[in-house]
Design a protein. Structure first.
Length: 107
């Protein structure tokens, strides 16, 4: 995440989607997975607390984009890739890895 922010500072608008990707992916993952886990198991999921920082980061990035008028194609690329990233984060431990591990045990 820090590297993406540094790349944006050094290169500029052409890599705007990188910090947006991580911020949106981790913020959404915090709500979709960690909030669900906290409600399901009735205990605090560690990522739930730290995901609030990502929501703050998403807000600050969005505010900066609105104030500076960054290119919307880069913004949408970051947001959409972040949503795709959270789908991968959700499906990897729950669907993909168990199927891969079960496939190894059967052979």
């Amino acid at each position: 995440m820090a590297g993406c922010n540094l790349a944006y500072d050094l290169v500029g608008q052409s890599v705007l989607f990188l910090p947006l990707f991580f911020a949106v992916a981790f913020a959404t993952h915090g709500v979709t997975f960690h909030l669900w886990a906290a409600l399901r198991y009735r205990e605090c999921s560690p990522g739930l607390v730290t995901s609030t920082f990502y929501w703050l980061l998403v807000y600050l990035i969005g505010r900066h984009i609105h104030e500076t008028g960054e290119p919307t194609s880069q913004v949408w690329t970051g947001v959409i890739s972040g949503i795709i990233g959270v789908v991968v984060l959700l499906l990897s431990p729950t669907v993909i890895f168990p199927r891969l591990l079960n496939g190894r045990r059967d052979t």
